[in-house]
Design a protein around this ligand. Structure first.
Ligand code: FAD
Ligand code: 3HM
Length: 373
C-alpha cells in the first residue's frame, strides 16, 4: 500500500479549512496550525455568492451553512435617498447570495474539516516554509510535508519567508465591520440587503445586511481621512446624520466594530517548490465584490483537485495556478477599480464584470446542491 500524502497548513481561516477538508476527502493526512488559542472567525458578517456556496457544498459544509444563514429577497443601492438599483435575488433563476455572521460560516467549515479527519493545532505560529516542503514554526519545529500551504492571511509569514515578489496597495477608504441585532429593523424593506450611500453632510456608506433571524451586519465605509467617522469605538453622530433611518441600530453599537482600510496584495507567483500560497495571503482584495473568501475557498478546493490529478506536486501547482488564477486576478482587479472609484455608489454591482466570479462553477464543485429538490 502506498503511504498517504501529507499536508501541513499554516492558518485555520476559510482558505486553510477549505484546503484541509478537500485534501482529507482525497485521502491526504492534514495538520492545520492556527496562531490563535482557539479556532474562530474574526470580523462581523459575510456574503457568500453562488460560487462560494458550490465550494461549501463540495466540501460537505453547505447544509450547515444554509441552516441559519439569511437569503435576502432583494439587493438595493440607495444613494442620497434615491434607489439606483433594485435586484431581486435568491429566487428561481436569480443570483444566490447568502449572508450570515462569520462565525456561522466558520463553525460549519471547521466541522467539515475536522469531520473529514484534519488535525487542528492551536497556539501554533508558522514563521516560514522551505521550497523543499517544510513548515517552520515559531517553536523551532520543522515539519516535513508533501505540500505546505500558506493560508495565513494578508500578513502571511509563510509567503514573506519565500520572498515572492509582491505588489501591495492601500486605498482611500476603509470599512468598519459590526454585527448587531435586528430589533426594530425587520420585515418588508428591512429584509433586503441595502447599500446606503450619502454624499451629504459628508461621504459615508452603510451596507445594511440582515444576516440571520436576529443578526444584522453593517459594513460602514468611511474615508481614511475622515478620522471622526472611522474612529473606533464608533462615533454614532456622523453616521446618524447621514443615515437617520438606521438610528435604531447605530445608537446601540457601544464599543463594537473594527476599521480596516481596503488593501490589495498581488503575488508574482502563487507557489515555490512544494509550498502553495492560498487565500488572502496570495490575493487579498477590497471587499467591494464580496469575493475574497469565495475566491479563497474556491482556490483551496482547486488546489486539492489539481494535486489529485497530477503525478507530481510541481505539476499540480503549475496546473492549479494556470487554471484558477485568471478569474481571481480579474476579480481582484475589478474589486480594486470599484473601491478606487467608489463605483458602487452608482448602483453598478450588477454588471457582467462584477458577477463573473459569482457565476463561475469552481473546479471540483459542479455537483448538485445538497438541498436541491
Ligand atoms: P484569513 O481569514 O485572514 O485567515 C487566516 C488565518 O491564519 C487566521 O485564522 C489567522 O489567525 C491565521 N494566521 C495568521 N498568521 C498565522 C501564522 N503566522 N501562523 C498560523 N496561523 C496564522 N469575502 C467574501 O467572500 N465575502 C464577504 O462578504 C467579504 N467581506 C469582507 C469585508 C471586509 C471588510 C474585509 C476586509 C474582507 C471581506 N471579505 C469578504 C474577504 C474575506 O474576509 C477574506 O478574503 C477571507 O477571510 C480570506 O480567508 P483566508 O483564510 O485566506 O485568510
Ligand atoms: C460584503 C461586503 N461587500 C462590499 C463591501 C465593500 O464594498 O466594502 C464590504 C462588505 O463587507
Amino acid at each position: 500500500m502506498t503511504k498517504r500524502r501529507h499536508a501541513e497548513i499554516a492558518g485555520a481561516g476559510f482558505a486553510g479549512l477549505a484546503a484541509a477538508a478537500a485534501l482529507c476527502q482525497r485521502g491526504w493526512t492534514v495538520r492545520v496550525h492556527e496562531v490563535n488559542p482557539e479556532p474562530r472567525a474574526f470580523g462581523a458578517g459575510i456574503f457568500i455568492w453562488d460560487n462560494g456556496l458550490r465550494v461549501l457544498n463540495a466540501i460537505g459544509a453547505y447544509a450547515d451553512v444554509r441552516n441559519g444563514a439569511f437569503a435576502a429577497p432583494a439587493y438595493e443601492t440607495r444613494t442620497d435617498g434615491k434607489c439606483l438599483s433594485f435586484q431581486p435575488i435568491n429566487g428561481p433563476g436569480q443570483y444566490r447570495l447568502l449572508t450570515m455572521p462569520r462565525q456561522h460560516l466558520y463553525a460549519a467549515m471547521l466541522k467539515a474539516a475536522v469531520g473529514s479527519g484534519a488535525e487542528i493545532v492551536t497556539s501554533s505560529e508558522a514563521v516560514g516554509a522551505t521550497p523543499e516542503g517544510e513548515l517552520l514554526l515559531a517553536s523551532g519545529a520543522r515539519l516535513p510535508a508533501d505540500i505546505v500551504i500558506g493560508a495565513d492571511g494578508v500578513r502571511s509569514k509563510v509567503r514573506d519567508s519565500l520572498e515572492i515578489p509582491q505588489e501591495r496597495r492601500k486605498y482611500r477608504d476603509g470599512i468598519i465591520r459590526v454585527l448587531t441585532d435586528r430589533t426594530g429593523l425587520r420585515g418588508g424593506e428591512w429584509d433586503h440587503v441595502i447599500d446606503f450611500w450619502a454624499h451629504s453632510p459628508r461621504t459615508l456608506r452603510i451596507l445594511y445586511t440582515p444576516s440571520g433571524e436576529n443578526d444584522l451586519y453593517m459594513a460602514m465605509m468611511a474615508p481614511v481621512a475622515d478620522t471622526e467617522s472611522s474612529a473606533i469605538p464608533i462615533n454614532p453622530a456622523p453616521w446618524i446624520a447621514c443615515f437617520p433611518q438606521l438610528e435604531p441600530a447605530l445608537s446601540r453599537l457601544g464599543d463594537k466594530g473594527r476599521y480596516d482600510v481596503y488593501e490589495t496584495t498581488k503575488l508574482d507567483h502563487w507557489s515555490v517548490g512544494r509550498v502553495a500560497i492560498v487565500g488572502d495571503s496570495a490575493h487579498a482584495m477590497p471587499p467591494t465584490l464580496a469575493q475574497g473568501a469565495g475566491c479563497a475557498i474556491g482556490n483551496a478546493l482547486g488546489l486539492a483537485c489539481a494535486l489529485d490529478e497530477c503525478d507530481t506536486v510541481e505539476a499540480a501547482l503549475a496546473l492549479w495556478e494556470r487554471r484558477e488564477r485568471p478569474l481571481t486576478d480579474h476579480t481582484q482587479r475589478r474589486a480594486a477599480e470599484i473601491a478606487a472609484q467608489r463605483i458602487l455608489a452608482s448602483g453598478m454591482k450588477w454588471d457582467d464584470e462584477g458577477l463573473r466570479a459569482a457565476r463561475h462553477v469552481p473546479t471540483g464543485a459542479d455537483m448538485p446542491f445538497a438541498d436541491a429538490a
